[in-house]
Design a binder for this molecule. Structure first.
Ligand SMILES: [Ca+2]
Length: 91
């Protein structure tokens, strides 16, 4: 009686280290543009373009600064959800 020998092949897969790339966390790091809470610390009634009018008509005392508004909107478009060209307006 012959006794066969079994050859077991082991294939090993070398899994490369899936290097976790250190992607930058957060799209912007300016702080003031992160959200309205932070923006309102500098501009309590919001900041808008020089000729902007509040969509609700209630806020008239926001800071009028077109450049500052443009920068805020460029960094974080959610700061002016109603798109009336005033970011984070509040009475
Ligand atoms: Ca607005």
């Amino acid at each position: 009686m012959k006794i066969g020998s079994a050859v077991v092949l082991c294939l090993t897969c070398v899994v490369g280290l899936s290097g976790v790339s250190s992607l930058p966390v957060g799209a912007h790091t300016t702080g003031i543009h992160d959200n309205c809470t932070k923006l309102n610390q500098k501009w309590p009634h919001g900041v808008g373009r020089r000729n902007a009018v509040d969509q609700g008509g209630n806020v008239t005392n926001f800071t009028r600064n077109t450049r500052a508004y443009n920068r805020a909107d460029a960094h974080n478009g959610t700061l002016d959800r109603d798109n009336d060209k005033i970011a984070c307006e509040q009475a």
